[in-house]
Ligand binder design. Structure first.
Ligand code: FAD
Length: 290
């Protein structure tokens, strides 16, 4: 099944993002986590792709487990900047052979020593999307990333959104946002997107924060800003994991309620493979989603 079909059936979608095992780490803990997550009935589950593409088979295997064993629709992330076009073609064929019909087509972060132009390689996500679409069996539902606060490499939001429009026009079916902690940033982004004729489903990336070290690192890497309100929570409860977890769940719940109330049609929950966190949030919004 494709996410576009799901969108015809459901007024509102909640999706979960998970990550596959790293390198040679065991599969069982990840399989257990995704099994528990799938019992919460998300509309689909996405599986991240390791930076550099080195463990792409782990992404494919976990996505296949979700799609074929858990009977939950899977969205496989696919980054292109560190792989040749032939390697990507191979991965796309493997996804097709595993019955995975949804790809989040990404560029990935550019490795430090990478030089462009580099024949046979990709520089931007739109080139990957063009490539997948041009394949004879390229009948995939394609998602792409977007950045309400602007992409970290871009110092001009106007240009960033023009490039997003270029990417969308290559055949994107839906967008998933980078996490944000201030919903107004998302609403402003949606206005700017519409003003640039970007008119397709946008799923809001919500990250329930449960670990202070992790959040500082993620914000540094992605360029996401902590709101003063959220920063106070991290400052106050950063050394108390249980309190931070409770506060992170409450903050994410409030964010989601506000997004639903303001007409956003989809939430993409960055679960960090923690079913107990996703379960609490789903409980908190169970009536709201009815
Ligand atoms: P692009 O859309 O190609 O944009 C990258 C930069 O290039 C932007 O600054 C853009 O403005 C600029 N640009 C685009 N087109 C042009 C052009 N024609 N000319 C000049 N400049 C241009 N990373 C992983 O490694 N694995 C994952 O699984 C993963 N999942 C993600 C999921 C989501 C929802 C999000 C939001 C990000 C994810 N990332 C992941 C991170 C992502 O790979 C990085 O942010 C990466 O740096 C950009 O990828 P992109 O697909 O958005 O790139």
């Amino acid at each position: 099944m494709k996410i576009t079909d799901k969108l015809k059936e459901e007024d509102f979608v909640v999706s979960f993002e998970v990550f596959p095992p790293k390198n040679d780490a065991p599969f069982e803990p990840v399989k257990n986590a995704v099994s528990k997550l799938s019992e919460l009935n998300p509309s689909f589950m996405s599986v991240t792709y390791g930076a550099g593409g080195g463990v792409s088979n782990n992404t494919i295997d976990i996505a296949s487990y979700i799609e074929n064993d858990l009977d939950t629709m899977a969205l496989a992330h696919l980054t292109c900047v560190s792989s040749s076009q032939d390697e990507i073609s191979d991965t796309v064929n493997k996804l097709k052979s595993k019955n995975i019909n949804n790809i989040l087509a990404l560029r990935g972060d550019i490795p430090k020593d990478m030089e462009f132009p580099n024949a046979g390689y990709y520089k931007y996500a739109y080139q990957l999307i063009e490539d997948i679409k041009s394949k004879d069996d390229g009948d995939f539902c394609i998602g792409a990333a977007c950045y309400p606060e602007g992409h970290i490499e871009s110092n001009n939001k106007e240009k960033d959104i023009e490039f997003l429009k270029q990417k969308v026009d290559c055949g994107v079916d839906f967008l998933v946002t980078q996490m944000f902690f201030d919903n107004n940033v998302m609403y402003n982004f949606l206005y700017r997107a519409l003003a640039n004729d970007i008119n397709l489903p946008v799923f809001a990336g919500v990250m329930p924060v449960t670990n202070s070290r992790q959040i500082k690192r993620i914000c540094e890497l992605s360029g996401t800003n902590l709101t003063p309100r959220f920063k106070s929570i991290v400052d106050k409860f950063g050394d108390n994991p249980l309190a931070l977890k409770q506060a992170g769940i409450a903050y994410a719940t409030e964010q989601i309620i506000d997004l639903v109330a303001n007409g956003v049609k989809g939430i993409h929950l960055y679960t960090m493979n923690k079913p107990e966190v996703a379960e609490k949030i789903m409980e908190n919004i169970s009536e709201i989603l009815k």
